[in-house]
Ligand binder design. Structure first.
Ligand SMILES: Cc1cc2nc3c(=O)[nH]c(=O)nc-3n(C[C@H](O)[C@H](O)[C@H](O)COP(=O)(O)O)c2cc1C
Length: 160
């Protein structure tokens, strides 16, 4: 998929089917995180695939996202928030390229999340095939852009 089309057509997906994500796609998603740039290339992160969803669901603001996901990845470590954000977006775009939806999940109980994951957690990403499919090729990137619930271009882009 064209990268701009992937960016423009992607929205958070919080409801997933039970269809498992094939191992090679899971690997690609995780590798997209690993490949992300970070401040001075310090890579102070781990990408932790969490199997105990029941437990982790109690440490996030939206438990249902974690309980319903087919893949749950915690980005953990001491990386800057910007670095974690870059890794998260890379992973979610790589997933979308393979038709897999995703959502970032904020941590409501940092201590519990750290106990489950074994390191401080920056963000939890939930993945799965969307319960309500969305076909990126149904619209052009410009059409997706025009439909996005975002502030208008001229409100957030300016010269100085
Ligand atoms: C740092 C961060 C934390 C977020 N936490 C949650 C969350 O706890 N639960 C949730 O459902 N969505 C969460 N989101 C997703 C945002 O709500 C979403 O990115 C925003 O509403 C835009 O959604 P859209 O792309 O579908 O329009 C989070 C996003 C970010 C960047």
């Amino acid at each position: 998929m064209d990268v701009y089309l992937a960016i423009a057509s992607r929205r958070e997906v919080r409801e997933y089917t039970d269809v498992p994500i094939p191992a090679e796609i899971v690997h690609r998603i995780l590798d997209a995180g690993r490949l992300s740039g970070s401040s001075r290339n310090t890579q102070q992160w781990e990408f932790v695939v969490v199997s105990d969803r029941e437990a982790l669901s109690e440490a996030v603001y939206a438990p249902g996202n974690v309980l319903g996901a087919t893949l749950v990845v915690a980005i953990a470590g001491s990386a800057f928030a910007l670095d974690m954000g870059r890794a998260a977006q890379n992973m979610m775009l790589a997933a979308w390229n393979d038709g897999v939806g995703a959502c970032p999940n904020g941590i409501s109980d940092a201590e519990l999340a750290e106990r489950i994951v074994g390191a401080p957690v920056g963000i939890v990403l939930t993945f799965g095939y969307p319960a309500k499919p969305r076909d990126p090729s149904a619209r052009s990137a410009d059409e997706w852009s025009a439909k996005a619930k975002r502030k208008p271009f001229d409100e957030v882009v300016r010269d100085a």
